[in-house]
Design a protein around this ligand. Structure first.
Ligand code: KG4
Ligand code: ZN
Length: 330
């Protein structure tokens, strides 16, 4: 069957066409360049850009897929969480298409769709039950997943999300946006233990705002002493990243042990981080856990993962929504 996916939860406007789990087209246009000078996403700019480009992104995705729009059997769309104005654009666009094509649509959860990334375009059997780790700009959450319609949050950040803290720290250090990408790029193993920072952890919950403050205070202190230079800046940022990724890995292992789950499925923009992927892989191998890491391309926001989850929920679980806002996965 052919599935159309639509994603507009943040700054990416994305449309994808899948044939079952096979990706035929996945077109994403980001409004990032319009936000860069503010050092973060401005919701109104994101919303207006979705409105400006969504029909063109759909047209491109349909053309690229070679599938006639009339052949689409189900439309999947992100309905939460995300920026409300941005979500409304995608959701209403999906509803209008659903009405025009007389095909059902499915409103899916953004975080759940991040977890679907590893199962796209290959014949991997989904390893239920699994531990879901979503690390993105807005969320750091651990899920116990019995199925995609039976998931429970077992750990989450109490304050800033991991991606958010990467972005805020990068901004304080004069790097570009999105900060995670820049910090990942400059990371050097030999500098990772130069400073000792610690992230807060409460049971399986995370806390990242403390390390951000500690890092910024350390920078100010070193500046006052005239000791802040390029080399120190690099050391601070490498030590910061090491501490954040270690906190994520430690809580993931703790959760796997506590819930006796052998499969770990990851998703979200921060999962593209090289050091995080390395540490997760080493930790999983050492404990006989099976780790599912999506490609870096499918880690960040895109509509293919929305379409993939839609296919699963519609085809396997027989879920659909018509015009009331009935969500398939909350
Ligand atoms: O999942 P995503 O694309 O959007 C949200 O749902 O938030 O994640 C975006 C976040 C940003 O905070 C960005 O800095 C972070 O993912 N990110 C990274 C990397 N690539 C993107 N963080 C660390 N290392 C990366 N390579
Ligand atoms: Zn996301």
């Amino acid at each position: 069957m052919y599935i159309l996916g639509i994603e507009t939860s943040c700054d990416e406007t994305s449309c994808a066409v899948l044939k079952n789990r096979k990706m035929l087209a996945n077109i994403t246009v980001s409004s990032l360049s319009f936000h860069k000078k503010y050092g973060g996403i401005i919701p109104e700019i994101a919303t207006r850009n979705h409105l400006r480009v969504i029909d063109k992104v759909l047209k491109l995705a349909v053309e690229r897929s070679g599938v006639d729009l009339k052949k689409i059997q189900i439309i999947g769309v992100t309905h939460r969480p995300g920026l409300i104005g941005a979500l409304v654009v995608g959701l209403n666009f999906a509803k209008a298409l659903s009405l025009a094509l007389d095909k059902p649509f499915l409103a899916v959860n953004h975080l759940h769709s991040h977890l679907f990334a590893s199962f796209l375009d290959n014949n991997l059997k989904i390893p239920f039950p699994f531990l879901g780790l979503v690390v993105s700009g807005g969320h750091t959450e651990l899920f116990s997943v019995k199925d995609f319609d039976n998931m429970k949050v077992i750990g989450r950040t109490r304050d800033d999300a991991a991606g958010e803290v990467f972005d805020k720290v990068a901004r304080a250090f004069g790097l570009g946006y999105p900060g995670g990408v820049y910090i990942d790029r400059i990371f050097k193993h030999r500098l990772k233990d130069s400073f000792k920072f610690k992230c807060g952890k409460i049971g399986l919950d995370f806390s990242f705002s403390g390390i951000k403050t500690a890092l910024i205070y350390k920078k100010m202190e070193l500046q006052k002493q005239g000791r802040f230079c390029k080399d120190i800046k690099l050391k601070l940022l490498c030590s910061f990243q090491e501490s954040v990724v270690n906190a994520i890995v430690e809580n993931t292992l703790l959760a796997a042990e506590k819930f006796k789950i052998k499969n770990i499925v990851c998703g979200g923009g921060v999962i593209a981080n090289t050091r995080l992927r390395e540490l997760l892989s080493v930790a999983a191998a050492g404990r006989n856990l099976k780790l599912y890491l999506p490609s870096k391309e499918l880690s960040s926001d895109n509509a293919a993962v929305v379409a993939g989850l839609t296919f699963y929920l519609y085809n396997i679980k027989r879920k659909e929504s018509r015009f009331g806002l009935m969500a398939a996965s909350n």
